[in-house]
Ligand binder design. Structure first.
Ligand SMILES: Cc1ncc(COP(=O)(O)O)c(C=O)c1O
Length: 385
């Protein structure tokens, strides 16, 4: 058995500062975490609105479990599709301004399902080079021709689209890029779709709940609503629970119900999660104060990070990466913060390009201005050493 080969590969990763490992968190998600028995101030969750341990969601989850039990028991196409799933899909579609929506167990599975169900051999998928791994894996699974364009490079994408004469065309992009925090040029992407008769799949994992009026997402923030656009968003980040949905024209949703393998061949999520998510949707819609506080924290952090030896990347969102460069240097900085009781994840290749290892600072409406000050003080102190 090639166990020694596996160990050798892990040893090589470790030597390059690339070994991944997990930490164990006790207690609920919040800026104050107890990790492996020690208290930390955390800046690494995607719980942007601070809803992951909100009492109303905890209560709704309990009520959902009392009403529907715990497990869904079967796939949606068998006997697992419940009234709570149905209502949530209806409300999510209305919230993002689409005719229909479909729940998936995770965002990863939603992306796999959409790209695989809508494209195949003879079709072409166009993708930003900085897209999330789930979109990259989805393209491979689809068996379509893959064309990756430079990050947000609309001129290169236009050339690629012009060169594609046959088959369906699907452009895939993160709306807010998960490791960089910047946004895709959604209007320009939509214009290219119109010009080249293409579809646009927007992954709004990091925009839903945070951007746009009432947190309706990235498309709402730029005022676009088009039949060509298929919107995927996750429900385990700003929504604070778990899962994902795809919102689109009814015929697209019906196609997913019939063809998306990651939808058809999996057990439905517990209906109680949908009950919690219905409550979350209400908190998101009424969450202007949370979003305004988050914006203030972003401004406070960006102003305070100026003058540090590490480059602050161009981002207006809650994802504020600090570019360090080498893997070990990013790890060392993350470790030094941990020694000061602050947890910020170091992101290294292959998640980001070689030489661009970074600290991915994420802010939440649950942080206070004093929390952000504490992070800034620690970084300035480390920069002086
Ligand atoms: C841009 C993006 N898309 C999709 C996903 C996957 O979503 P999920 O965690 O629900 O699988 C993530 C992160 O998890 C993400 O950052």
């Amino acid at each position: 058995m090639p166990f020694s080969e596996l160990q050798l590969q892990l040893d090589e990763r470790a030597a390059q500062g690339l070994l991944r490992s997990r930490r164990t968190v006790s207690g609920p998600q919040a800026p104050q975490l107890v990790v492996d028995g020690k208290p930390y101030l955390s800046f690494c969750s995607n719980d942007y609105l601070g809803l992951a341990s909100h009492p109303q969601l905890i209560q709704a989850l309990g009520q959902g479990a009392e009403r529907y039990g715990v497990g869904a028991g079967a796939a949606h196409l068998v006997s697992g599709h419940g009234a709570a799933h149905e209502q949530l899909e209806f409300e999510l579609a209305a919230f993002v301004g689409k005719p229909a929506a479909l729940l998936f167990s995770t965002g990863y599975m939603a992306n796999l399902g959409v790209v695989q169900a809508l494209t195949g051999r003879g079709d072409t998928v166009f993708a930003d080079k900085l897209n999330h791994a789930s979109l990259n894996d989805a393209m491979l699974l689809s068996r379509a021709t893959v064309r990756r364009y430079r990050h947000n490079d609309m001129a290169q994408l236009a050339i690629m689209l012009g060169q594609t004469k046959h088959g369906r065309k699907l452009i895939c992009t993160d709306a807010v890029f998960s490791m960089d925090g910047d946004m895709a040029p959604l209007q320009a992407l939509h214009d290219l779709c119109e010009a080249h008769d293409a579809w646009l799949l927007i992954d709004d994992a990091h925009g839903f709940g945070v951007l746009g009026a009432q947190g309706r997402g990235s498309l709402s923030s730029v005022g676009i609503n088009s039949k060509r656009i298929i919107c995927m968003a996750t429900l385990g980040k700003a929504a604070g629970v778990s899962g994902a949905f795809v919102a689109a024209e009814q015929v697209v949703i019906d196609t997913l119900i019939n063809n998306a393998r990651s939808y058809v061949y999996t057990t439905a999520t517990p209906p109680a999660l949908s009950v919690a998510l219905l409550e979350s949707l209400r908190l998101i819609a009424g969450g202007e104060e949370r979003r305004a506080h988050l914006q203030n924290l972003i401004a406070q952090l960006r102003a305070g990070l100026k003058g540090l030896p590490w480059a602050l990347m161009e981002s207006d969102t809650a994802i504020q990466p600090l570019l360090v460069g080498e893997n070990q240097a990013a790890l060392n900085l993350s470790m030094a913060l941990q020694e000061r009781g602050i947890w910020v994840a170091a992101i290294r290749p292959p998640t980001v390009a070689a030489g661009t290892a970074r600290l991915r600072i994420t802010l939440s409406a649950a942080h206070s201005t004093a929390d952000v000050d504490r992070l800034l003080e620690a970084l300035h102190e480390l920069a002086r050493r």
